[in-house]
Design a protein around this ligand. Structure first.
Ligand code: SF4
Ligand code: SF4
Length: 512
């Protein structure tokens, strides 16, 4: 049985980082302009890409389903504004490696015409069954907006969650610069509490906790007030340390319950379901307002941007349009990241679209964050191990990554690495450890993919061989059937023919 600890406990490891959040929290959330072209990738989440339901030339309305989910772990895509579908084609999406994927491109008409919906009103959600609420959340295209992008409805599947005892809302937002969740708390606390209540009702759990870092004093006050006003919700507010990565899902669960999620398991295995603040807000919009996920809050910040702020953005908007609305790049600008300075991915093209998981656009400057210093050899100081929240041995992973020893990397649990970047942050030799681990992981995946491919082609070859053998046997049987001869008969005929030949030879010799 899972219990909520009176006082959260340390999760093990972690580092203290400067927050750098105030610059984007100075103003209210800014509504970004709807661009003339929206590019909506069919895959914006963990799992299978959605399947298009529209064709070039179709008129679509805001909120209309334009691609349906395929399979269990998938999410539908909705038009984020009204207009004409211009094309369905491959376009670059946010990634460190110029990845392209199939996208639906909408030429907007500037009217933002919302689709009329005849769906059942769920404003009185307490009278709606959990199954129907789960269906609505699935159909609204909501995925984890904290960055992971797991389709949210999957965590609510009835039957899967029979033993859920705790609904944990992650308001920690522990990476520097990112402040979109805090901006949401400051501006929409009542909607957030309604969202938590909907999820608690859907999961049929009594224990609900919102966990937030203790240094977010303004947001804490607002949450306290909001919870007091909705005392029937039974939500508990827990303050956790502001040690990074306190907001990592596994670290948060450990702090709040004292229980570690098994390395090869999921929170659900210990009776916990965890949602991020942005996702909870999207759930409220889907259930109460019948609005699918067509927008999100994005932090645009960093020393390389002129006017940092939080923006309410339609999914599919080019990142360059947001940069422009934030006063453009400053003279200090060096490069662009999607996400925070610790776990974000470096982008090479700001024309890529905002997707469901884009929580932050970070414009780095010249003397950015931890700075870029020349790499030195490892001095075996063990600093990296002391801060690793996954209790790994980063220096061992470093050695085995350098020579790419896949077996040893897996012995040292490479795949338990959450890529938090704590080890790289403290390394006195400035070794880009996380980059090495990411590279090693993708090389192992590539190796596995090739192994799988060669196994598949071997199986295909064997199946082909077997089919040819069966075909040859069938042909022989058919021929025998036609001549009426069995194997035994054929052999007897062959022997008789041989005896005949010998006889004829003898007779010819005697006559001669
Ligand atoms: S912190 Fe850096 S130098 Fe120290 S052991 Fe780890 S990898 Fe080596
Ligand atoms: S990046 Fe991986 S190895 Fe490094 S501290 Fe984080 S979990 Fe540990």
């Amino acid at each position: 049985m899972i219990t909520v600890l009176e006082k959260p406990v340390p999760f093990g490891g972690g580092v203290t980082l400067p927050p750098y959040k105030s610059m984007s929290l100075e103003s209210d959330i800014v509504t970004a302009e709807i661009p003339s072209l929206l590019t909506l990738p069919l895959r914006q989440h963990i799992g299978i890409a959605a399947e298009p339901l529209v064709a070039p030339g179709d008129y679509v309305q805001t909120g209309q389903v334009i691609a349906r989910s395929r399979g269990f772990v998938s999410a539908p895509i909705h038009a984020s504004s009204s207009g004409i579908v211009r094309e369905i084609a491959d376009y670059e999406v946010p990634s460190p490696s110029h990845e392209v994927t199939s996208c639906i491109v909408i030429e907007t008409d500037g009217k933002d015409n919302w689709i009329e919906n005849n769906a059942q009103s769920m404003a009185d959600y307490t009278s709606i069954s959990p199954v129907k609420l789960q269906e609505r959340i699935m159909q609204s295209g909501i995925v984890g907006l904290g960055g992971a992008g797991f389709p949210s409805g999957v965590k609510l599947i009835p039957g899967l969650n029979l033993d859920i005892e705790l609904l944990l809302i992650n308001a920690a937002e522990c990476e520097p610069y990112i402040s979109c969740d805090e901006a949401l708390i400051r501006s929409h606390v009542n909607e957030l509490i309604t969202g938590v209540d909907i999820l608690a009702h859907t999961l049929q759990v009594d224990a609900c906790v919102i966990a937030i870092e203790e240094n977010k004093t303004e947001a804490i006050e607002i949450l306290r007030k909001g919870i007091d006003e909705h005392s029937a919700s039974g939500i508990e507010l827990k303050l956790i340390s502001n040690l990074y990565p306190a907001g990592g899902e596994r670290q948060l669960i450990k702090s709040i319950t004292g229980v570690a999620v098994p390395a090869d398991g999921l929170p659900v295995d210990i009776g916990v379901v965890c949602y991020n603040v942005g996702t909870v807000y999207a759930v409220k919009q889907a259930v109460v307002d019948d609005r699918p996920l067509v927008s999100r809050i994005v932090t645009v910040s960093g020393p390389g941007i002129n006017k940092p702020c939080n923006m309410h953005v339609r999914i599919g908007t080019p990142m360059s349009a947001l940069i422009e609305q934030c006063g453009g790049y400053s003279e200090d600008f060096e490069y662009l990241l999607m996400g925070g300075p610790m776990m974000g991915i470096r982008l090479h093209n700001d024309g890529v679209p905002i997707i469901k998981t884009s929580n932050c656009l970070l414009a780095a400057g010249q003397a950015f964050f931890n700075g870029k210093q020349e790499e030195q050899p490892c001095i075996r100081c063990d600093e990296c191990a002391s801060v690793c929240p996954a209790a790994l041995q980063p220096q061992q992973l470093h050695w085995h990554s350098k020579v790419f020893n896949a077996e040893r990397l897996q012995d040292f649990r490479l795949f338990d690495c959450i890529e938090c970047g704590c080890c790289s942050y403290v390394c006195p030799s400035h070794i880009p450890l996380v980059e090495q681990y990411r590279l090693a992981k993708s090389s192992i995946w590539e190796q596995r993919r090739k192994q799988l491919e060669s196994q598949e082609s071997r199986t295909r070859y064997e199946i082909r061989q077997e089919r040819e053998r069966q075909r040859a046997t069938a042909k022989t049987l058919q021929r025998d059937k036609r001549t009426g001869a069995s194997d035994m008969e054929r052999k007897q005929q062959e022997i008789a023919a041989a005896v005949n030949r010998v006889k004829q030879k003898r007779e010819a010799r005697d006559q001669g």
